[in-house]
Design a protein around this ligand. Structure first.
Ligand SMILES: CC(C)(COP(=O)(O)OP(=O)(O)OC[C@H]1O[C@@H](n2cnc3c(N)ncnc32)[C@H](O)[C@@H]1OP(=O)(O)O)[C@@H](O)C(=O)NCCC(=O)NCCS
Length: 176
């Protein structure tokens, strides 16, 4: 019921770059606590100018969506610090999905990348995530290949966790 009411109500929210004090909200009240160290590492990249953390925030609710951008990394096929940037950790809280928040986040991020001189955005989408792939295709992204989707991170308890999520690599030419 709550969700139905929420999805009928208009949401007022803004999109902005996150600061260090926003990091706890990225844990989504415990659902993503396991990413605490990764978020802290990404924030160090933000301070170096190699990454961006964007959030969609409602005055009433707080964080409702997020999107990370790697501007520069050791993997130049993803992000090279000049022309190509990599979008990841893109999610909107379930009660706010399907209402344009994700599309608006992507539009803000793409406009910002163009302003920074980037001409291409890349991302990985899990092969089983048909819904997200459809959204990306609607936004002008196309599949350029497959990615084995193997990566790992250290959780908040210091334990390494392996992820295996075969993905499609997608790309968009931002200047078109
Ligand atoms: C993908 C996601 C960020 C889009 O945000 P959003 O605010 O729902 O997006 P919009 O309202 O602008 O666009 C809706 C589109 O999102 C996609 N979508 C909707 N619900 C989704 C879900 N649970 N999972 C994945 N994609 C979804 C659909 O393509 C939908 O389009 P449709 O109308 O053709 O079905 C959001 O749905 C989400 O957080 N999903 C779970 C996490 C995820 O899959 N992230 C992408 C990782 S690559």
């Amino acid at each position: 019921m709550m969700v139905q009411n929420l999805s009928a109500a208009p949401i007022s929210y803004g999109v902005r770059l996150a600061s260090q004090k926003d990091l706890p909200a990225l844990e989504w009240n415990g659902e993503y606590t396991h990413f605490r160290r990764m978020y802290a590492d990404v924030y160090q990249l933000v301070e170096k100018g190699d990454a961006l953390i964007w959030i969609a925030e409602s005055p009433a609710v707080g964080l409702i969506g997020q999107l990370f951008v790697s501007l520069k990394s050791g993997r130049s096929e993803l992000s090279d610090g000049k022309t190509r940037a990599y979008i990841y950790a893109f999610r909107v809280k379930p009660a706010y999905r399907g209402r344009g928040v994700g599309s608006r986040l992507m539009a803000v991020v793409e406009m910002d990348l163009l302003r920074r001189g980037y001409s291409c955005a890349t991302l990985n989408v899990a092969q089983e995530n048909i819904d997200a792939r459809r959204l990306y295709e609607r936004l002008g992204y196309y599949v350029t290949g497959a990615d084995p989707g193997r990566w790992s991170y250290v959780d908040e308890k210091g334990q390494r966790r392996e992820v295996h999520e075969p993905a499609w690599r997608m790309k968009k030419d931002l200047k078109r």
